[in-house]
Design a protein around this ligand. Structure first.
Ligand SMILES: Nc1ncnc2c1ncn2[C@@H]1O[C@H](COP(=O)(O)OP(=O)(O)OP(=O)(O)O)[C@@H](O)[C@H]1O
Ligand SMILES: [Mg+2]
Length: 420
């Protein structure tokens, strides 16, 4: 490990699995050192429902990841999702201290935007800037270095039920870990799969996991909407289990091997073998029977997503279309079906901008964990920059604006900006 390299660990606690990804961050970017991925039965629809089962899966995933990476994992960035997540718009305004916007001004105005009354049982996860306003000029994405006297911001304030956040943190702590931050899962997934261009011209990230379908919309260069729908791949599996009279485990296996979201992509003559329940013998059935079960459920999922996007009024602004992540999107025919129902270009989102053991994480179900590592790297770069900017100013010299000061971490920061 080089002198300046730091280890960052993303911990994705999902409805079907816990995934820990170890990344090493240095001036050249993020290198994936290890991955641990184990099944988890401790969550329902993205929310922790059994602490013991969740802790056990976290321990196993972290143990596997640290063995592969050869490093001791102590601190993690952990994801959170579920229908308790809400987003509200909020504005903040602050005077620009030295007539040129610095990071301190930006932090102050964001602090102001966070200071709105929220329910006592909720807490703020993120204040995601949509646009800054310097004096009367609006639509600014990065105001640092601009001249003016008054800085305004419009943010998307993401809040979560405090008990849900506490349960996620408790699980990680009981597994012997410190939590550096709790991050909205679709935000992490977006970090992993979207290019800067896509964010700029507008895109939807749709993460279809086992228990939830999470949506995050980028419009006008910023995050404009986030929400969660309590349907995922497990709904498809249980439809198959009911429709084919087979146990859930077998239904999941059949879905992965033979499943297809669009019946028209399957030949009439194709057959599959379905194991029986209990003492019933296996049967051969037409593959069409399976797609007849899957297609209406997938159609329903994308129809709900489309309605959600329409309700935001942002459909026309998603110029680069939708990017699908999460384990369920590798089902045959998903992108074609999504394009038909959403009426926009759709692609599958594989994690980008990392090196090292990429073959192990090159699948849409790793987007959240990789995105958590990227988010952690961003926090690290931010902290380094803040430290560089707060180094003592020689007495008698005039305090200069942040962008002109030498930055200890500029190489990491520059790389991160390019990579995202
Ligand atoms: N090859 C495949 N074909 C179809 N579905 C698949 C395939 N591989 C995985 N899945 C499905 O993906 C889902 C799990 O995805 P993922 O790992 O993203 O979920 P999760 O993160 O655990 O859950 P969530 O994000 O909803 O809390 C399961 O429903 C699983 O059956
Ligand atoms: Mg997930």
């Amino acid at each position: 490990m080089s002198a300046q390299a730091q280890v960052i660990v993303g911990l994705d606690i999902g409805t079907t699995k816990v995934c820990a990804v170890v990344g090493e961050v240095d001036a050249d970017g993020i290198t994936i050192l290890g991955v641990g991925n184990v099944p988890c039965k401790g969550l329902k629809r993205g929310i922790v429902s059994n602490i013991d089962l969740t802790v056990r899966s976290i321990r196993d995933a972290v143990e596997a990841a640290q063995q592969m990476a050869g490093v001791k994992i102590e601190t993690v960035y952990v994801g959170i999702a579920g229908s308790h997540i809400r987003a509200h718009m909020s504005d903040g305004v602050a005077a620009i201290a030295d007539r040129e916007v610095t990071r301190a001004d930006v932090e102050r105005v964001l602090e102001g935007a966070r200071a709105i009354p929220i329910d006592a049982d909720r807490q703020i996860l993120h204040a995601l800037p949509r646009e800054f306003v310097v004096d009367s000029q609006d639509g600014i994405l990065d105001p640092i270095g601009m001249s003016g006297v008054r800085l305004g911001v419009n943010v998307n304030l993401v809040t979560a039920a405090t008990t849900c956040v506490q349960n996620v943190v408790r699980c990680a702590e009981r597994a012997g870990l410190k939590v550096a931050d709790v991050v909205l899962q679709p935000l992490a997934s977006a970090h992993a799969v979207l290019s800067e261009d896509e964010k700029e011209i507008g895109a939807a990230v749709i993460d279809i996991g086992g228990g939830t379908t999470d949506i995050l919309l980028y419009a006008n260069g910023g995050i404009a909407h986030t929400s969660s729908i309590p349907i995922g791949g497990n709904s498809i599996t249980s439809d198959i289990a009911t429709g084919l009279h087979t146990p859930m485990g077998e239904a999941d296996r059949i879905k992965r091997f033979y499943g297809c979201a669009l019946g028209r992509l399957v030949e009439e003559s194709e057959e599959i073998e379905v194991p029986g329940v209990g003492t019933h013998p296996p049967r051969r059935v037409a593959r069409h029977v399976l797609t007849d079960i899957i297609e209406p459920r997938v159609e329903e999922m994308f129809a709900v997503v489309r309605r959600r996007i329409e309700e935001t009024g942002l459909l026309e602004q998603l110029s680069s279309g939708a990017v699908l992540t999460g384990g369920s999107v590798v089902l045959d025919g998903m992108t074609d079906f999504a394009e038909e129902i959403l009426g926009m270009p759709v692609r599958i989102g594989y994690p980008i901008g990392v090196r090292g053991m990429v073959a192990l994480v090159n699948a849409p179900q790793y987007a959240t964990a990789i995105g958590l590592v990227k988010y952690g790297a961003e926090q690290l770069a931010d902290a380094n920059e803040r430290q560089a900017n707060s180094s003592p100013v020689p007495s008698g010299s005039r305090r200069r604006a942040a962008p002109e000061e030498p930055k200890a971490s500029s190489s990491i920061w520059d790389w991160l900006k390019q990579a995202w």
